[in-house]
Design a protein. Structure first.
Length: 131
């Protein structure tokens, strides 16, 4: 399941950040790889680049996703992704924000080691604390 925003116009080759204050009822585990924020850049109706946040935890925290809008971008959508619905799990979202900048921010690759990498569609990665 997904909850998505409407189309938000973007400029090409600009740095965009989306953030949300979020929490889930239950602590995520290796089997619950859901509950994350997506930043999708589109050209017309086709996704041309996606950036994702870390998973939402069971305490209020600000999660974010950032990236450069690729050439050909016309708009972005903010999506909260839930692939599986587990009994008695709930998600809470508040204070959704979108920022843009000409300045590219350095990504902490210790938290996002595969940021910007091309990965196969069946690739799954989770922080060690969930393994």
């Amino acid at each position: 399941a997904q909850i998505s925003s409407g189309k938000i116009p973007v400029l090409e080759n600009k740095w965009y950040t989306i953030s949300v204050l979020a929490k889930r009822k239950n602590l995520p585990t290796i089997t619950t790889r859901d509950g994350f924020l997506r930043l999708d850049f589109y050209s017309s109706d086709k996704i041309i680049k996606t950036y994702v946040s870390k998973q939402v935890g069971n305490t209020w925290q600000k999660i974010s996703s950032s990236g450069i809008s690729p050439s050909g971008s016309g708009y972005l959508k903010i999506t909260f992704q839930i692939d599986k619905c587990f009994i008695n799990d709930e998600y809470y979202l508040d204070q959704i924000e979108v920022f843009t900048s000409d300045v590219v921010v350095k990504i902490d690759k210790s938290e996002y080691p595969y940021y910007g990498s091309k990965l196969p569609k069946n690739f799954i990665w989770a922080p060690l604390k969930y393994l």
